[in-house]
Design a protein around this ligand. Structure first.
Ligand SMILES: Cc1cc2nc3c(=O)[nH]c(=O)nc-3n(C[C@H](O)[C@H](O)[C@H](O)COP(=O)(O)O)c2cc1C
Length: 262
């Protein structure tokens, strides 16, 4: 059975989960999720959707991918919503979106990894990160078994209060996301290396006078701030004092492949 894993990632956590999952499944290809404007046909028997939770819901890229995806009617779908501890109703949102497209999400899992939401702080201590990686690896093994058995289960979700409250915040903020890049700025460590421009999967950065300028079609993946080798990109006032993060087994080269695939 042929499996294709479609990944979207800002700092590599989702890509790392996809790699772990591919080990447990046979005949599996990992592909980056394109940002589509037209139909996209996939003929795999099984399709996995692996993405970060953004503001307690689906990133715009995932919504567009589902809306443009054409598959065989019998395709088996599963998803992993990678997050920092609050999946809330993200997988219920995905399930609803897919069922409106006559696609059935058979399995939907939440996996917690270090947070890349740097406006709220760094990724946490290294030993906590290691524990999260280990727990994730264990969970991925059981996910792979469930996929191989063709199981159908209730999708993971947060507590009811979280799902209600945070889904409201998600809805209120969704339309603001493209313009949230107004808070990015560069300090004097910026040497114009253009990595932010190259790593952005949304083509949301142009270089002006050898400095990045954001174009207000941001997806808030935070790749620009997290992958800047000089740590010269800031978001608001607090990020100056926070550590940057990307998954230790994911390279800048991997991220450039995503940006070039888009
Ligand atoms: C804009 C933004 C919003 C986020 N919102 C949430 C959230 O609602 N719940 C949560 O648990 N993590 C949230 N996170 C953290 C990421 O989901 C988490 O760090 C994830 O592992 C990042 O995966 P990636 O490296 O594949 O992008 C958010 C991150 C970003 C950048």
């Amino acid at each position: 059975m042929k499996t294709e894993l479609f990944v979207y990632t800002g700092t590599g956590n989702s890509l790392w989960i996809a790699r772990q999952l591919a080990v447990g499944l046979e005949d599996t290809a990992i592909k980056f999720m394109p940002f589509l404007s037209g139909e996209f046909e996939v003929n795999a028997d099984r399709i996995g959707i692996i993405f970060p939770v953004h503001i307690w819901g689906l990133p715009r890229r995932v919504i567009r991918f589902i809306n443009h995806l054409k598959t065989k009617p019998e395709t088996y779908f599963f998803a992993v919503a990678v997050n920092a501890g609050q999946v809330a109703a993200t997988l219920l949102q995905l399930q609803k979106l897919m069922s409106a497209q006559k696609k059935q999400l058979s399995l939907g899992y939440s996996i917690s990894l270090p947070s890349n939401y740097i406006p709220w702080g760094g990724p946490g201590p290294v030993d906590t990160q290691q524990r999260l990686f280990k727990n994730a690896q264990d969970k991925v093994k059981s996910i792979a078994h469930a996929i191989l058995r063709g199981e159908r289960q209730k999708v993971d979700r947060g507590p009811l209060w979280q799902n209600i409250l945070f889904s409201r915040i998600y809805k209120m903020s969704f339309r603001q996301v493209p313009k949230m890049d107004k808070k990015f700025w560069t300090d004097d460590k910026c040497n114009g290396c253009e990595i932010c421009f190259k790593v952005c999967p949304a083509e949301n950065i142009e270089m002006k006078n050898e400095k990045p300028s954001w174009l207000h079609q941001c997806e808030q993946c935070l790749a620009c701030i997290q992958w800047c080798p000089q740590e010269a990109i800031q978001y608001g006032k607090k990020t100056v004092k926070y550590r940057r993060y990307h998954h230790p087994e994911v390279t800048l080269q991997n991220m450039l492949e995503q940006a070039n695939a888009s």
